[in-house]
Design a protein around this ligand. Structure first.
Ligand code: V47
Length: 369
């Protein structure tokens, strides 16, 4: 037994009972799951919930990521992507360059653009509104999933207005939904250490609350495998679950595996496969009001992503086509997969591949809308 293991009871039988009966798990259950070495039982329980909600289906989307700029005024320790304005490697795409990149989706038959970038110290809100309206006008049928809660809160700050007004303006310009980035870990102590300039956990949640009230759905993430502990992880999941009870606006939960290369935390090892599977499975078990748990194959690798389909995961994200954030931090996965690649990686697991759009329109949604 690990010497630092806490006094939490490691017998999972009453958790098993709760899962089978469809009862909600609490904080202590979550900690016990993390501390349990019984990865197969945890996976089996997560699989029960996964199949209850999503049967044998595995969703994927044909999408493209556009990281419009890496210039960022924040200095998050886990980030290898950011640059100072004027620093070697710093870039800022013009609207025309963004449109050019977006036009590639036509050949790829993509239905979604995932657009995020750094917090530029000087650009004004008009640039971001123009970006969304120009893409939307040119490709009205494509869903624009753009700007994390961190960017939205920055836009409100630079334009001296409210988060509500910014989101309303962007929605009118063609914004379809928000990606789940920037959540990191909600713990104040961890944020102080990792990303002190970034909005607080409460502010991230409140930005999502406002988006959901405006009818903008979003994803939720958690960055794990750095300096957080099991309590931080479970508290994060419980905050997401609480907001989901209130709004029903989250589409999926995506745990993001920390990649240390070229960051200020280079002394930390890459996440172990066991932790990756536990994060996904425990996410599935704790977030009983989320329809979808996504394995972002770019960060997890194709092998763990395949196995995760039996550990609570029902969504494998998409073709992606160009990913910069994790690849700046040493990811060894390809930057894109073809639809054929995705379909065969799903079929190899005995599951049924289902192409979805951003809002899972091909599915029978069980969530309130
Ligand atoms: O917010 C930054 C994380 C996020 C590193 O909503 C890192 O569908 C690992 O949120 N190692 C951006 N992670 C990406 C993101 C995302 C990705 C895929 C799908 C969706 C979705 C959202 O990436 C950041 C931060 O939490 N990140 N640096 C790193 N070194």
């Amino acid at each position: 037994m690990h010497p630092s293991r806490s006094s939490y009871n490691n017998d999972l039988s009453n958790i098993q009972e709760k899962v089978i009966r469809g009862h909600r798990l609490d904080f202590e259950d979550g900690i016990r799951l993390f501390e349990s070495p019984d990865i197969l039982l945890i996976g089996k329980l997560a699989n029960i919930v996964r199949e209850r909600i999503n049967k044998n289906k595995v969703y994927y989307v044909i999408n493209r990521h556009i990281n419009y700029s890496n210039i960022c005024k924040n200095k998050c320790k886990f980030c290898a992507f950011r640059r100072e304005d004027g620093e070697d490697g710093a870039y800022q795409m013009s609207i025309n360059e963004i449109l050019e990149k977006a036009s590639q989706i036509i050949q790829e038959k993509a239905t979604e653009l995932h657009i995020v970038g750094g917090l530029h110290p000087e650009l004004g809100i008009d640039f971001y509104v123009d970006m969304i309206s120009s893409i939307h006008k040119r490709f009205p049928e494509v869903h624009l999933q753009a700007f994390t809660a961190v960017e939205i809160s920055h836009f409100a700050e630079i334009s001296g207005t409210t988060t509500y007004d910014i989101l309303k303006k962007l929605k009118e310009a063609g914004l379809g939904s928000l990606p789940g980035g920037g959540a990191e870990v909600f713990s104040t102590a961890i944020r102080k250490e990792l990303c002190p300039e970034k909005l607080s956990g409460e502010e991230w949640l409140n930005t999502m609350r406002i988006a959901h009230r405006l009818g903008l759905r979003s994803n939720a993430t958690m960055l794990y495998g750095h300096i957080e502990n099991n309590e931080d992880r479970i508290n994060h999941l419980l905050k997401l679950r609480e907001l989901q009870d209130e709004t029903g606006g989250f589409l999926s939960f995506i745990p993001l595996a920390f990649h240390p290369e070229n960051t200020d935390l280079e002394n930390i090892f890459n996440t172990a496969g066991i932790l990756d599977l536990k994060m996904l499975a425990i996410g599935r078990l704790m977030l009983d009001n989320f329809d979808h748990i996504k394995a972002f194959w770019i960060m997890l690798g194709i092998k763990i992503s395949q196995i995760s389909l039996s550990f609570g995961v029902d969504d494998i994200d998409g073709t992606v086509a160009e990913e910069k954030i994790t690849h700046s931090a040493g990811a060894e996965t390809p930057e894109a997969l073809t639809v054929d690649n995705i379909v065969s990686l799903i079929e190899e697991t005995g599951r049924e591949p289902v192409e979805r759009d951003t809002l899972y329109n091909h599915t029978n949604l069980q969530m309130k809308n």
